[in-house]
Design a protein around this ligand. Structure first.
Ligand SMILES: C[S@@+](CC[C@H](N)C(=O)[O-])C[C@H]1O[C@@H](n2cnc3c(N)ncnc32)[C@H](O)[C@@H]1O
Length: 244
């Protein structure tokens, strides 16, 4: 009898040990638990953003940070329709995606791996914080922000992505003549974004206030496709960073 009790205790201990080890491993290997806090004051570099981290619960090959000098960034990529399509069509460009929703970061990383896109790096974090902490200046040739609009209630105003402060950071991290492409389906938000970028001394546009009719980049975001399907208007803005 005593022997049976000892065996049961042993087995229970072993199960506990396995569970603890698994939890520990998950902590170490889950890249999405291992990102700086949104309000972190630490600097971020392009190599940090491009460091290949392991996918949750399975091994993925580690890669070196890219040698590419061609970088593009998408803020709030959601399910990654635009990011993945553009990356597939432009293998010579390195794409960095910033997104606050853990779920989309995991999904897009998995989709990028499935489609063997070695030029896509997704990062969980608030783009406003990440850009303000980026060590390097003048690194991105293009910045995409598709449908970033928070709910219009006053308490959601703090979630506004496109503000004077973002434009200031964008002007710093974008290279000379780099493009910023913004899309929204909310007319009054488009006016606010125009006010932020069209009035910024470091940005210029080729059209009145930066408004353009078509998406010149070919790839489409999910929200963009949905708006087009149901015939909702899309307000598109394109700005260029002036030469330093
Ligand atoms: C309305 S969705 C649009 C998703 C996608 N861009 C599209 O057009 O289908 C806005 C996305 O921006 C993300 N987002 C909002 N604020 C953000 C921020 N400060 N930094 C990074 N991503 C953000 C949200 O999590 C969400 O996925």
């Amino acid at each position: 009898m005593a022997k049976v009790v000892l065996i049961v205790l042993d087995l229970t201990g072993a199960v506990w040990k396995i569970q603890l080890t698994m939890q520990g491993q998950e902590k170490q290997t889950n890249p999405y638990l291992n990102v700086p806090a949104v309000q972190s004051a630490d600097g971020v570099s392009i190599s940090n953003l491009c460091a290949r981290r392991e996918a949750p619960r399975r091994e993925a090959p580690r890669r070196e940070a890219p040698k590419s000098t061609d970088f593009e960034i998408e803020i709030g990529f959601g399910k990654g329709h635009f990011l993945l399509d553009r990356a597939e069509k432009n293998p010579q460009i390195t794409f960095i995606g910033l997104e606050t929703r853990r779920k989309w970061v995991g999904l897009v990383q998995q989709r990028a791996e499935k489609r063997k896109l070695s030029n896509v790096y997704v990062w969980l974090g608030d783009a406003r914080s990440v850009l303000s902490r980026l060590d390097e200046d003048a690194v991105f040739q293009r910045m995409f922000i598709h449908f970033p609009d928070p709910w219009w209630k006053a308490r959601h105003e703090k979630r506004m992505v496109i503000t004077e402060s973002l434009a200031r950071d964008a002007a710093r991290v974008l290279s000379d003549h780099a493009e910023v492409f913004i899309q929204t389906d909310v007319d009054f938000r488009s006016d606010e974004y125009k006010r932020v970028f069209a009035s910024h001394e470091l940005f210029e546009s080729e059209t009145r206030d930066g408004v353009i009719d078509q998406n010149p980049f070919g790839s489409r975001s999910l929200r963009e496709k949905k708006c087009e399907e149901v015939g909702l208007p899309i307000y598109r803005l394109l700005y260029r960073r002036r030469q330093r």
